[in-house]
Write a protein that binds this ligand. Sequence first.
Ligand code: GLA
Length: 369
Amino acid sequence: MTKMETIQFFSPGRVNIIGEHIDYNGGLVMPIAIAQGIKAEVQFRTDNIIEISSKQIAGTATFNLAKTKETAQKNNEWTDYVLGVIHYLQRENKAIDGCNIEISSNLPLGSGLSSSAALEVLIAYLLQYKQKNNIDLTELALFCQRVENEFVGVNCGIMDQFAVANGQKGKAMCLDCDTLDCQQIPFELGEYCLVLMNSKQPRELAGSAYNIRRAQCEQALAIIQEQQAVENLCAAQISDLEFLKDEVIYKRAKHVISEQQRVLQSVEALKQGNIPLLGKLLTASHISLDKDYEVSSEGLNLLVNTSIEQDICLGARLTGAGFGGCCIALVKKDAVNSFQEKIAEVYFERYRMYPDFYITNAEDGVRSL
Ligand code: GLA
């Protein structure tokens, strides 16, 4: 028997620098793709079978392409992302081949680094690789968002899939989530670096609270639109908040409108190499997410507060949807060790466990290796 050729693929996680809970409000976000992600070793087969296994999670899933073309049944496992991608590719009449896929991940699952987007984009990319389907990365991101919204049933925006697909080494993406225009700008932090801290606290509320936040934003927009011609909540002005009489709706809209201003200022700060200003904006974003959008948690606040109490840190915030997961901090490169020691000590004192730390850079998006 001839040995089957193995092709390797990699799909990264993402960190959102700033612009949180903005994508589904049609505004500008600033994510990067990161070094951690999911790798796949793939052997294409000549039959109609896709077999997938993971080095981290036990079990193998087997899909018969003749069957998945007709129906696909979720079973609330990680393999739903794979099945969803297969079924939707077939629905769109994209030719795909049978293959054996073994994945391994160094991306912590469910920690706000988009492990699900990384998996969807990885599978959609590799399944179309051999066919040399013309893979437009933005189309790929939209496709994967559709799978997540409709098949998996999570009502996410476009940011994660877009960042995972379109990341570029050394660049942050300034993505307009309304038009999908994306400006890649140099992500250079001078004598500072980006430290990622995983609280290791699960994001239990994330799903339900996320949908509630979305609905509240829609309500805010509808009320403002009775008075002003704005296309989306990010296009509204701070002065439009006066139309919102309900305190909760007011606070949600205040976060969105002010966060959008912070993203615009962050883009300028980054272009001018004004990292101290970027740091201040990150912290302001966190405070807004905590007090107005109410998606932070005690653990995330502890990480952020312990970060910004240190002179060597310019600013910090939670990243991703919130309710647990990760924080980022801008920290002086030559003081990273003492920074981490301090955080670890305080966090351990409170939770009897250590957060995980990663020094993060902007990296390339999905690719074959
Ligand atoms: C999750 C969603 C994204 C985005 C962020 C919050 O990561 O998947 O679409 O809404 O939360 O900014």
